[in-house]
Write a protein that binds this ligand. Structure first.
Ligand code: ATP
Length: 368
């Protein structure tokens, strides 16, 4: 994976040491973050971690208790919502039921008293962008949920905001439509060049659409990185566990430096690993490894990091199978295999004694 570096990009948003408290509860703690022009940025985290509060401060519905928020280099702390080049699309869409699709999209432009020809052109352009031209005359109740979502998007983009905030925009759609709409969102974001900031608690959604993800925990940023970086090199057990499936094995570093062993069970060879940061001998660590990086074999493979285990459970999921294997000391580990490629392993079954393995760079060593 490539770490996120693009020297040409300018920050559109800068949070500078922002704290937000509600009474004596602090929802956001001294948070600093840059979001760059044309990014599709995702705020991701469990319920209550402060995602919506961040969005509401960007939109101007909340003011920071301390710290500053800059938009295109200007402090927007005291700029009211309607004077910010920012639009927010809510999960409920809030379309006007008595207005046609066309009039819903034109609504904001009319309120700004733009001239008729301008409004007409702009609405037509938005209809084309969101593939709604043939539904222009219908009312919201005469179109599907996915189409309503696109009307809301067209309406939010009609005024050409610099920044569009999307709060769980696909929450109301079923899984298939959600996936399709994610690709549409990405396409529209790219075509318009608008910076999108999306709030979601769905890690797959964030991974799919975003150029970068900020993982939040109780009002703090834990990691801000590309989807691949977050998946391949999570900086904490919290992130590793929140994004995708992961095995976490607790142990102690056996030697200092950036090549270490991890003692994890009595009488077992240590796990050989390459920590991103140098560790101290004796330090307690967590070893995190994705199930798809773990292999299982009947014959002992000739390489380090090979451990004896017993198959406890196999979940066949069509495209992949997940093997739950018990290692020494009751340590469980999950191994995932693509069925189409690993037909050779199909004969492995419950209770089989197997060899579990991984390379010394397949996992990450985490301090907490
Ligand atoms: P969800 O995914 O459930 O929407 P979230 O990450 O968006 O959660 P926020 O809505 O930002 O979370 O809320 C963060 C914290 O701040 C929560 O603990 C919430 O209860 C608290 N909070 C938010 N708004 C207020 C308010 N107006 N008064 C008091 N507490 C608030």
């Amino acid at each position: 994976f490539a770490p996120w570096t693009d020297p040409d990009q300018k920050p559109i948003i800068e949070f500078r040491n922002v704290t937000k408290s509600f009474g004596d509860f602090t929802a956001i703690h001294d948070l600093s973050l840059n979001i760059y022009e044309r990014e599709f940025f995702a705020l991701l985290g469990p319920s209550g971690c402060g995602k919506t509060t961040m969005m509401r401060m960007l939109a101007g519905f909340e003011t920071a208790t301390s710290g500053d928020i800059y938009l295109s280099g200007k402090d927007i702390g005291h700029v009211p919502p309607n004077q910010r080049p920012v639009n927010m699309m809510f999960q409920s869409y809030a379309l006007f039921p008595h207005l046609s699709v066309w009039d819903n999209i034109a609504f904001g432009l009319r309120r700004e008293s733009k001239d008729k020809a301008f409004i007409g052109d702009r609405v037509e352009e938005m209809l084309r962008l969101t593939r709604l031209t043939k539904f222009a005359k219908r009312k919201p109740h005469q179109i599907s949920g996915g189409q309503r979502q696109r009307v809301a998007l067209a309406r939010s983009l009609a005024k050409a905001p610099k920044l569009l905030l999307l709060d769980e925009p696909l929450g109301a759609l079923d899984r298939k439509l959600r996936e399709q709409t994610q690709f549409e969102l990405m396409d529209i974001q790219e075509k318009t060049g608008t910076t999108f900031v999306i709030v979601t608690h769905d890690q797959e959604e964030a991974m799919t659409v975003a150029s970068r993800i900020a993982v939040m925990d109780e009002g703090n940023l834990v990691q801000v990185a590309t989807p691949a970086e977050i998946y391949e090199a999570p900086n904490s057990v919290y992130v590793a566990d929140f994004i995708g499936d992961v095995n976490i094995i607790e142990g102690r570093a056996t030697q200092p430096g950036t090549k270490t062993g991890i003692a994890w069970a009595e009488g077992q060879p240590p796990i050989l690993a390459t920590p991103a940061k140098s560790v101290e001998a004796g330090q307690s660590v967590h070893f995190a490894i994705r199930p798809e990086k773990v292999t299982i074999d009947v014959e002992r493979p000739d390489r380090p990091n090979t451990f004896r285990g017993k198959v406890i459970d196999i979940a066949y999921l069509g495209n992949i199978s997940t093997y739950h294997v018990e290692l020494a000391g009751g340590q469980m580990i999950k191994a995932q295999m693509v069925n189409a490629r690993r037909l050779a392993n199909r004969h492995i079954t419950w209770e089989d004694e197997v060899w579990v393995g991984f390379t010394d760079t397949a996992g990450v060593v985490l301090e907490e």
